[in-house]
Structure formats: C-alpha cells, structure tokens
Design a binder for this molecule. Structure first.
Ligand code: MRU
Length: 349
C-alpha cells in the first residue's frame, strides 16, 4: 500500500494522485502554499487526506510565519484562511484546521512561538495517526455487517489514497476480503476525473482483489443483472439528519440501489460529520473547471463555448442510505437521533 502522505525531515511529501496509475511520484512541500496548491489541484484528495495534509500545511506555515518579521498570529490566521479556501465541500479540511488553531491559541497569550511550533507538529502527527486507527475500526465495524460472500460496487476513491491508511469504504472492502467475504468489486470509473478508474482500481489490483471497472452509466445495468449485492461509498460531509455529500454520481448510484433493493452503505469517520448543519441542503458543493468536462487527457471532447455544469459532489438524502459505518459503530435510521448521540459523545471527549 503506497503512502498518501509522509511527514519527515521537516517537509510533507504527497503522492501526486494526478499522475496515477502510471507514475508514482511524490511532491515535496516545504511551504504551506505548496500544500494549498496540492489540495486545489487534487494532487492530494479525499476528505480525510485533505484534512491531514492541511494540518501539516499549517505546521509549515507556522514555521514560515515564525521566521518572518510580521505579526505572527495574523500571518498564521491568514494562512489558515488560505488553506480553508482550497476546497469547500469536505468538512475534514475545516475540522483539521480548527483543531490546529485550537492548539495554536493555547500558546498565544503570552506568545510562545517555540512551544506552539512543537505543539502544532504533535497535533498534525496525531491527526494523521488517528485517521489510520479510525480507518481500522471502520473496516472492522463494516465487515461485521456482511455474513455472506458479496459482490460490492463502489464509487470514486475512498481508499488509502483518500485517507492516511487503509481507507473508509475500501478499508471495509480490504478487511472483508481478508475474511473471505468479498467475491468481486465493481469500481465506477467516476467521471470526470476518473478517481474510480485511476485510483480505486489501482489500489484494489495491488491487493489482488477481483475488480471489474465499469463506466458510471453501467451501474444500473450491473444491478439489474444481479451482479452487485451491496454498495459502499465514502463521504465528504454528513449532516445531522444523515444526508451524505460525496463524489458526483453517488446520488445516482443510491437511487439505482434503492430501485434494485440493494443496500447502500456509507463508511466515514466522525470527522466527516458536520454537526452544525441540519441537512444536505446547507452543504456548499464545489464546482470545478468546465475543462474537466469538455476535454479528456488534453483533447477536446465538446465544442468550444458549450455551457457546462460541473459540480464535484452531490448529496444523497438519508432515505436512500441503509447504514453509516463509523469508528464508533454502525448507525441506522433514524439518523437524527443516532447522529445527535455521536455529537454528544464527541462533545464529551
Ligand atoms: O474530489 P475528491 O477526489 O477529493 O472526492 C473524493 C470523494 O468524494 C471521496 O469519496 C470522499 O472524500 C471520501 S474519502 C474517504
């Protein structure tokens, strides 16, 4: 399993996911701006991985600010704002930055830069270590749902590449495979940026898991042909009522699963829950460049000037979600009650 991010020798190395599956190259970030750019360009992507990368971005930023003559705290705040501005939908980004700023503020009055820098590094390392542990727990909790050997469909990439290790949806698949509970995985290619084809299929093949790549518009047909027993996807943000934002196309898969009476599972850490939002209607959906839709590998596939709508995510309503697999256990409807309990649990920690 290739590491998505490595913190060593005072720099952050990120596996450049735009180059996969053909090249495994790491980008070396020594400045927070390079981390912000990597998030924006999807060189690092996937909700938990974005959060961990931003945390290390702030470690780099705090070091840069400490070396400058300007007002340290204002500079740090501006850097955090820049990192926050990279992508709007995955809440893990904001969760990680808030966590880092809460640590930094402990050393603000009186200002102790040396202690703050060290504490920020410790916190970023903790965020990434915890993510690896959380994935392990999600994998075990999710696998317990399966009694038979199943054929699973997944959308986008919620694997090791989208997290610090193992993955959420792919973590469950990895664990279930190791327990002999998986017969095959169908990976949706995931237009327009092909995270399913380039990343998920790549990860699964490395594990030796039988994988079939399909284009997004084939999902309904494989369900109709009874080739799929369950769907598992990750999430970028889950609201208090259990609505789930995830990669564009997830909603269509959930509708299809409902029509074919196939369970639709979401695997996500508690850091992906946004306890401040009541429903998916409140989630900001990122819209990306029209070029992602009008071209393929640099070649035009649509007439110049055509209007394009390119939302990177959609929201699946809670009514289509069979269960949400978290590190604390599996949540089933009614979600409002269960998610409020999760909120209380986190608040009490
Ligand atoms: O645009 P991306 O590639 O960052 O979108 C990623 C997804 O939608 C994932 O499914 C989600 O972040 C969950 S990752 C564990």
């Amino acid at each position: 399993m290739q590491k998505t991010l490595i913190w060593a020798d005072d720099c952050l190395r990120l596996l450049d996911q735009t180059k996969l599956p053909d090249q495994t190259e790491y980008i070396t970030c020594t400045e927070y701006r390079r981390v912000a750019e990597a998030i924006r360009r999807l060189e690092v992507r996937g909700a938990p991985a974005i959060g961990a990368a931003a945390a290390f971005g702030l470690v780099l930023g705090a070091r840069e600010a400490a070396a400058e003559a300007g007002e340290f705290w204002n500079m740090l705040w501006a850097m955090a704002a820049e990192l926050r501005g990279t992508r709007p939908t995955a809440v893990n980004l904001f969760w990680a930055i808030d966590r880092m700023l809460a640590v930094a503020s402990r050393y603000k009055d009186p200002l102790d830069k040396i202690a703050m820098l060290s504490a920020l590094e410790t916190e970023a390392v903790a965020i990434s270590r915890e993510d690896a542990e959380v994935n392990q727990r999600i994998s075990i909790n999710g696998t317990a749902l399966f009694t038979d050997k199943l054929s699973i469909l997944t959308h986008c990439n919620a694997g090791a590449l989208a997290t610090v290790a193992l993955g959420t949806a792919l973590g469950v698949i990895r664990q279930a495979w190791s327990e002999g509970k998986i017969s095959r995985v169908f990976a949706d290619e995931t237009r327009p940026l092909l995270q399913g084809a380039r990343l998920t299929a790549w990860e699964l093949l490395q594990e030796g898991i039988p994988t079939t790549l399909i284009t997004d518009n084939m999902a309904g047909w494989v369900m109709k042909k009874r080739m799929v027993d369950a769907v598992i996807v990750g999430a970028d943000r889950i609201t208090l009522n259990g609505d789930v934002a995830n990669k564009i196309g997830t909603y269509s898969v959930a509708v299809l699963a409902k029509e074919h009476n196939i369970p639709f599972y979401v695997a996500a850490p508690v850091s992906t829950f946004d306890f401040s939002l009541r429903s998916g209607d409140d989630i900001i959906i990122e819209e990306r460049s029209s070029r992602e839709v009008t071209s393929f590998a640099g070649i035009n596939t649509a007439p110049r000037g055509v209007e394009v709508f390119n939302p990177a995510f959609d929201v699946t309503p809670n009514s289509l979600v069979t269960a949400i697999i978290t590190e604390y256990g599996v949540i089933k409807p009614s979600y409002i009650e269960a998610i409020n309990k999760l909120k209380e649990l986190k608040g009490g920690e």
